[in-house]
Design a protein around this ligand. Structure first.
Ligand SMILES: Nc1ncnc2c1ncn2[C@@H]1O[C@H](COP(=O)(O)OP(=O)(O)OP(=O)(O)O)[C@@H](O)[C@H]1O
Length: 699
């Protein structure tokens, strides 16, 4: 049986050969790249079909490793169903996936063999990605079609694992995988069950990890251990299929300042490939309900207190990778209890869309309903909290009665509602309060003033705090952008210390950061399609578009330029709202007198951009500062609380980073409703200071 990643990869390698003759040269035009985050394990994906998509340069090979696991062209569930029907492949409809009979194992009871249980192949309704749960073979929609063609041509009933064996991974891949596995075994072998620690130490560990009331029996059931060298908890990843050890998460706690405990976690394999739903191996085939949590200790608490099956997401509230959806298909009811803060609440609303709203119930955070482990520690009745969970399906028309809890939540969690704070730009926090989901920010500034460089650092700052980010860099290519970001990440000129490159690149690779592979002029439709897919696949919560002018050139010349720009801005606005995703749009200013400060009205086009935007940011050059060439950042509109203002920026050329000079005299915070209102104006044809209003690529 093909269970491990190795076999899975081998299987794919062989499949690649098997399907080669059937492939009608489908050009793989993955519209975005991942710098890290989930790395699809299949070889079909790990080896791009269009080599040009990956950089051959050694230094970047490690960074720009995988094309996305997007289908070559968007596929709809109707297309998938039609195809399966046309090929006589039985299937039935699930929540997020179609369930079909596996191509990778013999049907039980002969070709006619039943039935629903044997439908072990899951096809994602949104992407067409497939997974055969029993053989662990997985791949893209195109891969699946290729397999079907091979099968039907060869007139065999399944592609048996035996046929697929015999291909080797590359030495590098094999080396990496084996090293990871050795590390897993080493940590596992040198860790001990908590019950074997001296009483005093056990108490301390329990206190550090908020597990005061978790029993030894629960810890044993889930296989949780303690690893002395890092004073960390070990959460194992057991295969749901054969209970073998596939990886682990090491959670360490240290006392930080103010006696606060600071947690850090490491996973083997690294985050992108660590696709464990902790606790899944304990779920029975017939279990119909599950509680989804964001932390392993919460899963322990839920199961102990309620007896319900519970699984924890591998990367907390930051994402629910679609690759995990097949494992949740068996549940008729899913409770999402992701934590006690607003971020968890937002995440549970987003994840329930992927899981199918009708079967999801959400636990609303609040003082009376903290995360499960805290609830257990406080002696609360966890079963009762679950019983009060709110159905995720909502109607389009609601009364205040349904909204009142939401309004209360916003009032009671003022700080969290304000969004994620920048760590590098405290002045920006003072004015904007934070970076919020679902908003549209418009950013402008003179040509060559540093817009890309500044937004790059702003986005990186958020991304380092777990905000999944997708870049649409149409102006500068992804290698150059990645180089800027890596320099800002390492805060130094890496050119001068190349020996440190791999170590920084390794850390950088683990950020939830993705890049669209579009470059130059592009029409809006494929860009929006890609953004939708990225939100589904990677729970993207921030999209940066650099810059709008690159979406203008492709459309029909008969369309009025300003009407077109308005249409595009409207589309991004709608996308941000519907997907709870922040969109930052860089727009060049119209041509102004050189000695004039820019203002909201300077944004190229009509007033639509500033009207639709929740935030308008302007990178000012020269005029507002005493020394020429110095920059300052102006927040000209802030729909959240109306505060606007301006603060200076100092640029460090070596690290390409900005900072605010220490002097506080600089911050001119202006509370002005007037400034916050976009000017109602209709602009006539204005000349963009940008690249011809349509954009030239920088090289
Ligand atoms: N504050 C600054 N002072 C001096 N140089 C800067 C500053 N900010 C950025 N730069 C440098 O200026 C160059 C242009 O920066 P960047 O590409 O970010 O500008 P931009 O405003 O996005 O340009 P465009 O208008 O062409 O889109 C880069 O080489 C960058 O390193």
């Amino acid at each position: 049986m093909l269970r491990s990643g190795l076999f899975m990869k081998r299987a794919y390698s062989v499949l690649r050969v098997a399907v080669f003759h059937h492939r009608t040269l489908r050009h793989f035009s993955a519209p975005f790249l991942s710098l890290g985050g989930p790395r699809p394990p299949s070889l079909l994906q790990a080896q791009p079909r269009t080599p040009g998509l990956l950089l051959s340069c050694r230094t970047f090979k490690k960074v720009l490793k995988t094309p996305s696991d997007l289908p070559a062209s968007p596929v709809s569930v109707t297309d998938i169903k039609q195809y399966l029907r046309s090929k006589n492949i039985p299937f039935h409809d699930g929540y997020s996936c179609l369930h079909a009979r596996s191509l990778f194992r013999e049907p039980e009871g002969g070709a006619e063999g039943p039935e629903r249980d044997s439908f072990s192949m899951f096809i994602d309704k949104t992407t067409g990605q497939f997974l055969c749960k029993e053989t662990q073979v997985e791949g893209s929609w195109e891969d699946l079609q290729d397999c079907v063609e091979v099968l039907q041509k060869e007139r065999c009933s399944s592609l048996t694992p035996e046929v697929l064996l015999g291909y080797r991974e590359s030495e590098e891949e094999q080396g990496e995988r084996e090293a990871d596995h050795r590390e897993v075994l080493r940590i596992w072998a040198s860790s001990v069950p908590l019950s074997e620690l001296p009483d005093e130490e056990t108490q301390l560990v329990r206190a550090m990890f908020g597990m005061g009331k978790i029993s030894n029996a629960t810890l044993k059931k889930f296989g949780v251990r303690f690893f002395k060298p890092t004073k960390g908890l070990v959460f194992p990843w057991f295969s749901a299929w054969d209970s073998s050890l596939r990886g682990l998460k090491l959670l360490s706690a240290q006392r930080g300042g103010n006696d606060k405990v600071v947690y850090s976690e490491v996973t083997f394999p690294r985050p992108g490939a660590y696709r464990n739903l902790f606790g899944l191996h304990l779920v029975g085939r017939k279990d119909a309900e599950v509680v989804l949590t964001s932390q392993e200790v919460d899963t322990l608490a839920v199961t102990q207190a309620t007896g319900l099956p519970s699984v924890a997401l591998p990367r907390g509230t930051s994402c629910l990778p679609p690759a995990l959806l097949p494992y949740l298909e068996q549940f008729k009811k899913v409770f999402l209890w992701l934590g006690g803060d607003m971020r968890s609440w937002e995440a549970s609303k987003i994840f329930s869309r992927k899981l199918g709203l009708k079967r999801c119930s959400l636990v609303r955070p609040g003082e009376a309903q903290p995360c499960p482990s805290e609830a257990l520690a406080q002696g609360k009745n966890l079963a009762r909290i679950l019983k009060a969970a709110i159905p995720a399906a909502h109607k389009s028309i609601v009364s205040f009665r349904q909204l009142r809890e939401d309004v209360y939540g916003e009032l009671a969690n003022k700080d969290q509602v304000a969004g994620v704070k920048w760590t590098r730009f405290p002045e920006l926090n003072k004015i904007l309060k934070g970076h919020r989901k679902g908003e549209l920010s418009v950013f402008t500034g003179p040509t060559g003033s540093g817009k890309t460089t500044f937004i790059s650092e702003c986005a990186l700052d958020l991304c380092m705090q777990g905000v999944s980010t997708l870049w649409g860099s149409f102006e500068i290519n992804n290698v150059r952008l990645a180089k800027i970001m890596l320099t800002q990440f390492s805060m130094q000129r890496l050119e001068d210390s190349l020996e440190q490159y791999d170590s920084w690149a390794d850390k950088f690779e683990d950020l939830p950061l993705y890049f669209m592979t579009f470059h130059g002029q592009q029409s809006i439709k494929p860009v929006l399609d890609t953004m939708h897919h990225a939100v589904y696949l990677y729970d993207i919560s921030h999209v940066v578009i650099d810059n709008l002018q690159f979406m203008m050139g492709q459309e029909s010349l008969s369309v009025d330029k300003f009407a077109l720009q308005d249409h595009i801005i409207g589309a991004f606005r709608k996308f941000a709202t519907q997907n709870s995703c922040h969109v930052t749009l860089i727009i060049h200013p119209r041509k102004e007198e050189d000695d004039k400060e820019l203002q909201t009205a300077s944004i190229f086009g009509t007033a639509k951009a500033s009207q639709e935007a929740d935030n308008v940011l302007i990178l000012q050059e020269k005029k507002l500062v005493s020394s020429p060439g110095r920059r300052s950042l102006q927040v000209a509109k802030n729909r959240f609380d109306g505060d606007v203002g301006i603060f200076p920026l100092e640029f460090d050329k070596a690290s390409l980073t900005f900072s605010s000079p220490k002097s506080k005299a600089w911050l001119r915070k202006v509370k002005s409703n007037k400034a916050n209102e976009p000017e109602a104006r209709e602009k006539g044809p204005a000349k963009s200071t940008g690249p011809g209003g349509a954009g030239n690529k920088k090289q």
